[in-house]
Design a protein around this ligand. Sequence first.
Ligand SMILES: Cc1cc2nc3c(=O)[nH]c(=O)nc-3n(C[C@H](O)[C@H](O)[C@H](O)COP(=O)(O)O)c2cc1C
Length: 192
Amino acid sequence: MDLLHLARRRKTVRRFSGKKIDMDDLLHCIEVAREAPSGMNMQPWRFLILGDGERKRKVREICERAERDFHERAWEELRRWMAERKITWKKDFLEDAPFLLLVFSWRRAPYFIQSTWLMIGYLLLALEEKELATVTYTPPNPREIEKFLEVDDDYKLEVILPVGYSADEKRREGRRDVKEMIYMERWGAGMR
Ligand SMILES: Cc1cc2nc3c(=O)[nH]c(=O)nc-3n(C[C@H](O)[C@H](O)[C@H](O)COP(=O)(O)O)c2cc1C
């Protein structure tokens, strides 16, 4: 499948079926992702894979505690956006997905955030190619999760990717017209 089709097929999934996934598929996706470019080729990322039910439950508990607060304090537009998608403080996907793939960046590397997120982009497409579903979940309290998982101080939790098979009926989110995004020669000048 060409890249455009793959990119158009991918969508965020927040509900997972209980079906197990093949660990080799997940490792394959990480193989793809590690080919991403990075500042000084430092490859400043680390992955932590959680499959143990009890550890996933604890991560969920830590996240949900902060999510309640986050949802209470969310601004109006975000509240509406989340309500339309039935996104609440409850994060069932942290337990329902067979694996949680946690991605960390190494704070001492140049451009560690940019590099790690670029790699995450590769990862999302690699998962899609294997027909595996995920949500780029960015918890409001990454420090608490780092603490629970006893992560080295030099590493920053960027994202939790629950990985599994989709049980989500949600439709694809739209995209702006490409012409709206591109200016030619001068800022604000549209393409003919
Ligand atoms: C940096 C980043 C952070 C995100 N954080 C969350 C999140 O915490 N929770 C969530 O449900 N979705 C999260 N998302 C998913 C976006 O809501 C989703 O990608 C967007 O609405 C477009 O939908 P699509 O991925 O289905 O095309 C995040 C996406 C990105 C790129």
